[in-house]
Each structure stands twice: as structure tokens, then as C-alpha cells.
Write a protein that binds this ligand. Structure first.
Ligand code: SF4
Ligand code: FE
Length: 505
């Protein structure tokens, strides 16, 4: 059992912040995750210290890189915060201009290049932006004080340099029923009671990227809500170690390779992603950290704004695409095939696809529009096009990388066989490529491509690309809504000289 005492359930907002020490370096970040009173289940066991678990640690390393990058390249990964009048990690920066969004995208691409996986901090970053404008709009309509609460929360968040996770996706139960119609009310997160000090919530958040690696989790609605769903229209900030929370760790393809000896067969021994199911059982949120409670008519708009930001954040995958283009080119070189024209052409194709994703993301940021609260939001159409590209192109880029890697990628014997006194010399003799390239280099590149296209980080590069920030159909619905086909029919009718149907204009 976990020996560290859980904080009292009704812990005040002040005490919740008093438990944090400002984080500066990546090492500070890792230290901040140690000795937390969190209940984490993995392989049917309660994990004593997640930081030291071989499957969990690579995901912590990936998030740590967001701190290291801020130290190593502050121009790229920090920004000046007017809120606290100091530089802050860009993952906590409130976007004040289209330029801020472009800078964010550049940082995300760089992070993808450095980690080759999902670094887990962007959904929280995009939540920061969404909450600025949505709390402002709710206050304008209802006379509430959510925006001030939000700003106060962000002051603490920026000063302490915390990781904010986004708890958005409810399990949803029967998809044909509204939240309030479900047989089990907990299938959507909801307020169970309200006291003078705050509210209590019960439910779960699924597919939570980096949930366990976050210091705070923002719980928020996953879809539009009606009047009967009022108790489900809730937004609140919860410390990751609050009383009543349980984490159940998601499995990933080939994750047990992290538990094997050696590092070559892991493909990317240092970095990995993380997805968890987080269960909230009567979790208390003090009023200071409640940012929506019952204003159901804003749930849909909140989700729409989140997707406008977050679907452009999937520019992260271009950084992973850069790694894969590089890996494919390198293995072709090791194989002695790099001068073949069809190899070059495949690398061109991979690059074209990757840069197409990048162009839609960057364009979406450049075309950002200002909201009433003063901050800027990505162009929705272009963000949806970006994410839709991401549901497809990484698969084709992966196919081409596998093509260039050759079949050895999936027939390669284990690292332990290479170390064996009898099998090892045979493998080094017969798996030699170009004479001046050690066999181990070939092994490592093949394992990296395997890792990103079939193994653990294929979750981050492929399936997360498919389903993260909404599955492909979700983007097609937004594209349908925004495509203004009637206006476009008018252009055609004008030019064709058939007379404009004025009703359409
Ligand atoms: Fe960031 Fe990409 Fe991971 Fe989402 S999938 S958290 S955008 S790295
Ligand atoms: Fe994601």
C-alpha cells in the first residue's frame, strides 16, 4: 500500500497551492512527482512509486523534456506573461496574438523531434486558452466571477510552473442517451453535492494523456449539454493527488519491452507516451477552483474552442514525422540503397505529407481571430483540416518508412541473441549492411522505426493521430459546418452565367 498520507478531502484552495514548490528544471519536475499520495494500478498491482516504474518512466521523461527545452532554448519554449510579469514556460502561456500560436506550433514540432512520441502537455496548454475566453463569456452572461478565479489559478500555475492535464473525455456509456439519461449517472462526470466550501464530483475521465504526470487536472464537459444535464456542465481544477482519485494505467503495444534488459530492442528507450483512466469518487473542488457549474449552454462552445486550438496542436506529429523521415533515410544509407532514385522519391513523398500537415497547422495559427476576452483562437476550418491530415498522413509516412526499412525490421533477432557467444558472431556476420556501419547501428535504426510504426510509440504516432482531439468523423462534421457550400454555389452560378439564386447568398 501507499504509505504517503492523502490530503484531507475538503482541503482548501490555499492549502492545495501551499503544497507546491516552484519547478524550474526538468529534474525539479521529476522530483515533484515523487512521494505523491496517488493510487495507480498497472498489471493488477497498486504501484508504490510510479516515477521508478520502467513502463511509466519514459512518459515522465517525455514531459520532463518540456522543462529542459525551456532551459535550453528559452526563445522557443518560454514567453513573457503579463499576468505575473515574468517569463513562463510556453506550455502555460496565455496566447495573446497569432504569433504566440505560431510559436507554440514551432515548439510542438521541436518537442516531437526531441522525443519521438507524445509529450503530453498540449491538451492542458490548450485548456488554458479555452478557459480564458469561456469564463469571460459566462461571466458576461450570468454575472459570475469565474474569470477572476481563472486568472488567480493561472497566477499560481505560472509561478509554480506546474503541468496541467485536460480531463475531457467521459466514458459516455450508451451513445444514444444524454448524460442525464444514462442508466449509471457516473458515466459522465457530474456534481453530486454542493456545500458552502465547494462542490463534489463523481465520474471518470478516459484516455487521459499524461494524466498521472500532471500536477493538476482540469475536468470539463466532453460534449454539448441540455438543461437536464446541468449537473454535468462542470469545469473545475483538481490536484492530481486529491482524495478520491484512482488512476488505471493504459496498456500500449509492446510496453513490456520496457521491462526487458538492454535498451536496443526498446527502439526509443528514453521516451514514451501515457494514457490513463482517471476515476473521481466524490472528489471535492473548492469554489475558488470551480470555473463552470450548471451553465450548460456554454458546454458546446467550450468543446468547439478546445478543438480549434487542439486540432492545430497535432502539428506535434510533424516532429515525429521528421524523426521517421530521418530514420528511413538513415537505414537506406546503412543498407547501401540511398542513391536509388525510388528511395529518394519516397523520402520526398514522406516530406511532402509531413509538411502538408505543418502548413495547415501554421496557417490555422496565422489566421487566428480575437475573442471578446482579448485572446486569440486558431482558425477552426484550418485546424480541422490539420487534424484530419493527421488522421491519414502519418499512416502513409509509416508505410513508406517500413518500405525503406525492409523486412529485417520485423525478423530481427533479440538484443540478447546478439550478445550470445554462439549466435552473436553469426548475427554480426550475416546482418552486416554497408561495411563501415556497425551492425548495432542498423539494429538501433530498425528498432526505432519498429517502435514508431508498430511498437509503443505507434500509439503516439498513429492511433493517437487517428483518435486524439476527436476521431476523423468529428473533423468531417466541422468541415461540413464550415464549408459554406451555398456561397460557393453562388460563385459558380455567377461565372457560369446561369443567374444567381439569391436565396442562397
Ligand atoms: Fe501534445 Fe501531440 Fe501529445 Fe496531444 S498528441 S498532447 S498535441 S504531443
Ligand atoms: Fe492527444
Amino acid at each position: 500500500m501507499n504509505a504517503i498520507a492523502t490530503p484531507p478531502r475538503e482541503e482548501s484552495a490555499e492549502r492545495r497551492w501551499a503544497r507546491f514548490k516552484p519547478i524550474v528544471t526538468g529534474d525539479d519536475y521529476v522530483a515533484s512527482l515523487r512521494n505523491r499520495p496517488v493510487s495507480v494500478y498497472l498489471f493488477g498491482e497498486l504501484i508504490a512509486e510510479p516515477v521508478d516504474h520502467p513502463i511509466i518512466r519514459p512518459s515522465i521523461n517525455a514531459l520532463k523534456q518540456t522543462y529542459d527545452l525551456a532551459t535550453e532554448d528559452p526563445e522557443l519554449a518560454t514567453a513573457h506573461s503579463d499576468l505575473i510579469d515574468a517569463p513562463v514556460n510556453r506550455f502555460l502561456h496565455i496566447v495573446g496574438s497569432p504569433g504566440d500560436l505560431v510559436a507554440k506550433n514551432r515548439m510542438q514540432r521541436r518537442m516531437g523531434q526531441l522525443t519521438g512520441t507524445c509529450f503530453q502537455r498540449c491538451a492542458g496548454l490548450d485548456t488554458v486558452s479555452v478557459l480564458h475566453s469561456i469564463t469571460y463569456d459566462i461571466d458576461a452572461k450570468h454575472g459570475t466571477t469565474y474569470h477572476q478565479r481563472y486568472l488567480e489559478f493561472m497566477r499560481h500555475a505560472q509561478k509554480n510552473n506546474i503541468v496541467l492535464g485536460a480531463g475531457m473525455t467521459d466514458p459516455k456509456g450508451d451513445r444514444s442517451k444524454r448524460p442525464s439519461e444514462q442508466a449509471d449517472p457516473d458515466l459522465f462526470m457530474h456534481v453530486t453535492r454542493r456545500t458552502e466550501q465547494g462542490i463534489y464530483v463523481t465520474g471518470a475521465k478516459a484516455h487521459m494523456t499524461g494524466g498521472l504526470n500532471s500536477h493538476w487536472i482540469c475536468v470539463m464537459p466532453t460534449m454539448n449539454m441540455g438543461e437536464k444535464d446541468k449537473d454535468y456542465a462542470v469545469v473545475g481544477m483538481v490536484p492530481g493527488d486529491a482524495a478520491g482519485m484512482t488512476y488505471i494505467y493504459g496498456r500500449q503495444s509492446c510496453d513490456t519491452r520496457a521491462m526487458e534488459a538492454g535498451e536496443i530492442d526498446k527502439g526509443n528507450a528514453k521516451f514514451g507516451g501515457q494514457e490513463v483512466l482517471v476515476v473521481f469518487d466524490d472528489v471535492f473542488i473548492p469554489h475558488e477552483h470551480v470555473l463552470m457549474d450548471g451553465e450548460y449552454e456554454f458546454a458546446q462552445e467550450m468543446v468547439a474552442r478546445f478543438t480549434s486550438y487542439h486540432r492545430a496542436s497535432y502539428v506535434c506529429k510533424t516532429g515525429l514525422g521528421d524523426v521517421l523521415v530521418g530514420a528511413a533515410a538513415t537505414i537506406a544509407e546503412y543498407n547501401g540503397a540511398d542513391q536509388a532514385s525510388h528511395i529518394k522519391d519516397k523520402l520526398v513523398e514522406m516530406t511532402h505529407l509531413n509538411e502538408t500537415i505543418y502548413s495547415s497547422a501554421i496557417a490555422s495559427s496565422h489566421e487566428a481571430k480575437q475573442l471578446p476576452s482579448g485572446i486569440f483562437m486558431n482558425d477552426s476550418m484550418l485546424a480541422n483540416v490539420c487534424k484530419h491530415n493527421v488522421t491519414r498522413f502519418p499512416y502513409e509516412i509509416s508505410r513508406l518508412a517500413q518500405d525503406l526499412a525492409g523486412g529485417l525490421m520485423v525478423t530481427l533477432p533479440s538484443e540478447q541473441d546478439f550478445d550470445h557467444e554462439v549466435a552473436g558472431p553469426m548475427l554480426r556476420k550475416y546482418l552486416m549492411g554497408r561495411a563501415n556501419v556497425p551492425v548495432e547501428h542498423r539494429q538501433r535504426l530498425l528498432r526505432l522505426i519498429e517502435n514508431m510504426t508498430l511498437g509503443r510509440n505507434a500509439v503516439g504516432y498513429l492511433t493517437e493521430s487517428m483518435h486524439g482531439a476527436g476521431s476523423p468523423q468529428a473533423q468531417r462534421i466541422q468541415i461540413l459546418r464550415g464549408m459554406e457550400v451555398e456561397r460557393k454555389k453562388g460563385y459558380a452560378e455567377d461565372l457560369a452565367g446561369v443567374g444567381r439564386n439569391e436565396e442562397r447568398v
